[in-house]
Design a protein around this ligand. Structure first.
Ligand SMILES: Cc1ncc(COP(=O)(O)O)c(C=O)c1O
Length: 448
């Protein structure tokens, strides 16, 4: 065997492995600490050179300059956007997944890993109440999941309806649907038909029915199972009934809120999801897995296969009867990114998952109750899931900005302004079971 140009890397592997093992258990610095490229250049120095700077030096730069310039997504007081609170088991197993270096695209190359990913998908399938013939794969995030599902929906409509409608295709959704839906529509070059929400901010049959009757070019409806801004779950029961009536594909975007299917206290909100044609949930959001991971499920995976399977002379040898995750989404090479979720589920059990999701819901309710009862804040919506949205009457945009930025810089809380019905508001997204309501309430007192 010729000697590798990279030499014996055993020492490098141990060095990096030790750093990672330590990082998994070390609390992170919560201070928001993005820096400019110039500053990073100055402190990191030149790292990519002809001879290489060596593992120790490169790791030193990573540890002392680069990581401190990233945000602690798993800090319990990071409540901005949708943070991420992976279990240590999931993070540690992400390392194991990398070390095993599995090609997770086709069964023949990754059978064992794909089997385990399918076990995790099977748990989600059970929560959805879908038949055992349903299946899917893990993609990098909700954006790719939504795009892949909508591509399958359009390909299916094209086959079933015998071609493209004269007006071109369209997807229907509420204004509250995630921005990735409009992005997917743009990639697919299809229109978006807006559907008005009800007074609670939900998509329902009342407005969707007339839209579908007037727009036969709609090939898919996207409903949200937890909008990002306010955590609203659309009325999946009535929406799914209207979709069935019109023969239109229903895609449910549960990237954030889909995790709450596991929580008995809110499971009723998802009634109707059992009729959806495709569904996504991001384990890196509220299912305690690290980036990047989106579980994408189809009621009839063969429709996804027909839409996505890539064909080429060198791919002809692939056994297409097998479960090949590559055939189900917009990807070919893929890491088995569902394994950290699988390992965490296998380690802790689904009951602990249910309890952890319930814990975030309880925290959100406690904080909402405090806001409702306070004399200086106004709760703008009763939380359906774990997003709490409120304002501070009398404050201008600049006041919100200053308050939020000061606390972010000190590392006390990451709570960013948003807009609801055109007005500035504050937003807290609870997905971390280690977040304590009392600590959040203490900070909200500073809004007086
Ligand atoms: C409801 C919803 N859908 C889709 C996405 C996009 O997911 P990702 O950022 O993983 O691409 C998000 C992200 O926050 C989301 O909340």
């Amino acid at each position: 065997m010729p000697e590798s140009p990279f030499g014996d890397e055993t020492g490098v592997a141990r060095l990096v492995g030790d750093w990672a093992a330590e990082r998994v258990v070390r609390p992170t610095d919560p201070k928001t600490s993005a820096r400019t490229p110039d500053e990073l250049h100055r402190d990191a120095g030149v790292t990519v050179t002809r001879e290489g700077i060596g593992a120790e030096a490169a790791l030193h730069v990573f540890d002392t300059v680069l990581v401190p310039a990233t945000r602690a997504q798993d800090d319990p007081m990071n409540l901005a956007y949708i943070p991420s609170a992976p279990t240590r088991a999931a993070v540690a197993f992400d390392l194991a997944t990398s070390a095993a270096n599995v090609f997770g695209g086709i069964w023949e190359a990754g059978a064992g890993a794909i089997f385990a990913e399918n076990e995790a998908l099977g748990w989600i399938r059970g929560l959805l109440g879908w038949p055992v013939t349903a299946g899917g794969t893990f993609v990098s995030g909700g954006t790719t999941g939504n795009l892949s599902a909508l591509h399958t929906a359009r390909a299916t409509a094209r086959t079933r309806r015998g071609g493209r409608p004269e007006r071109g295709w369209a997807v229907a959704c509420a204004a509250t649907a995630h921005s990735s839906i409009r992005s997917a529509a743009s990639v697919l070059d299809v229109d978006v038909v807006d559907v008005a929400s009800d007074e609670r901010g939900r998509l329902t049959d009342a407005t969707l029915g007339p839209v579908l009757a007037a727009h036969p070019e709609v090939f898919a409806v996207v409903a949200s199972a937890g909008t990002t801004n306010a955590g609203i779950v659309d009325d999946l029961e009535s929406v799914s009934a209207v979709c069935r009536e019109h023969g239109v594909w229903l895609h449910v975007d549960g990237a954030y809120g889909g995790a709450a299917l596991a929580a008995p206290s809110v499971r009723h909100l998802f009634r109707g999801v059992e009729h959806a044609d495709s569904f996504i949930v991001d384990p890196h959001k509220w299912l305690f897995a690290p980036y990047d991971s989106c579980a994408l499920l189809y009621r009839e995976p063969e429709l996804a296969r027909a839409a996505h399977a890539q064909r080429a002379a060198y791919l002809d040898v692939i056994d297409r009867e097998a479960t090949n995750p590559s055939d189900l989404a917009i990807h070919l090479s893929r890491r088995a990114r569902g394994l950290p979720l699988w390992f965490s589920l296998a380690t802790h059990g689904t009951d602990r998952y249910a309890a952890a999701v319930e814990q975030s819901l309880t925290t959100a309710r406690e904080v909402a109750a405090y806001i409702r009862g306070s004399d200086h804040l106004r709760l703008l919506l009763e939380p359906m899931l774990s997003v709490v949205i409120f304002d501070r009457p009398g404050w201008a945009d600049a006041d919100y900005q200053t308050w939020s930025q000061e606390l972010a810089a000190s590392g006390r809380i990451l709570c960013l302004p948003t807009r609801l019905h055109g007005e500035t508001a504050l937003r807290l997204a609870f997905v971390n079971p280690r977040t304590e309501a009392a600590r959040v309430i203490e900070v909200l007192d500073t809004l007086r």
